[in-house]
Design a protein around this ligand. Sequence first.
Ligand code: F6P
Length: 344
Amino acid sequence: MIFGVLTGGGDCPGLNAAIRAVVRGSIASGHAVVGIRRGWQGLAERATVPLDRNAVSGILPRGGTILGSSGWNPYREDGGLEAVRAVTAELGLDGVVAIGGEGTLGVAHRLHSELGYPVVGVPKTIDNDLAGTDVTIGFDTAVHVCTEAIDRLHSTAESHNRVMVVEVMGRHTGWIAAASGIAGGADVILVPEEPRAIEDACDHIRRRHDDGKDFSIVVVAEGYSLTRRSGEQDELVVQDVDAYGFARLGGIGRVVADEITRLTGFQSRVTVLGHVQRGGTPTARDRLLATRLGLKAAELASSGTWGRMAASRGGEIVDVSLEEAIATRKGVPPEWIRGGRVVA
Ligand code: F6P
């Protein structure tokens, strides 16, 4: 058989490791693989690259994706769906492995459930918010980058009696904020799942300083909205809208820092980690996860088990339906959020 492999949505470290595993796993089972450029868009535009064992040699530790990526969606473009189906037939593809997050796998699910299109998914997003899997490719690396940044900010904060606010990614969920905040020993962690009132956060900061500490670290997820004790909540802070119509978040760090200064009188500084979180070499854990998930996807494709997503559950690699993966969003468990407050 011939399988296509594509990466869609925002890139993340570990995508190349997953591509390599899909290619080598499929070849080991006697099949061939074609790379599709820029996500679903490349399938509509017939933009492909041949992928053999050699083509994926040396890419394991490289960040980004050798195939390129985009948020192009065939259901939102005139003639998009027809083009995807026609090119799939022209290329003689027996199935497609789609490596992506909720957008890319949402398309995969619709294609499969509505048209019987042969597709399997591999979960990736630094946000870690896909359901059906305990963890997604890219999350561990992003947490590692953010934790290192928090460690560095500690040493400069201590020297100046300041509140350092670190804004991290996480559109709908606070996984990166919670994980890096706990690992980095943040004093306040602000996430969308249980938005803490800014007055409570300031009380905690004041108590610390009354107890002799002269700095505080606040980690805020970009998807947190400023919330007041009264229950009032501001709108999400949005920069603009991207080429595919999605809001580009970012800027809540500044809002939180200004409010902390206003309420406590302490000086504050803001660091927005931005796309640094998505760049660079994947951690060993992400390479291992990506390889295991990629091999599982190759196995599912080889056996013609379409409409499924490779997933990690309790340390085991299993498969779940694409439907389950995109039906809900996986948020940070309350235990993490409360635990983060207890140890702060
Ligand atoms: O979904 C992953 C993510 O990194 C989000 O955390 C962030 O809001 C978004 O992608 C940024 O996307 P872009 O690269 O299009 O700016």
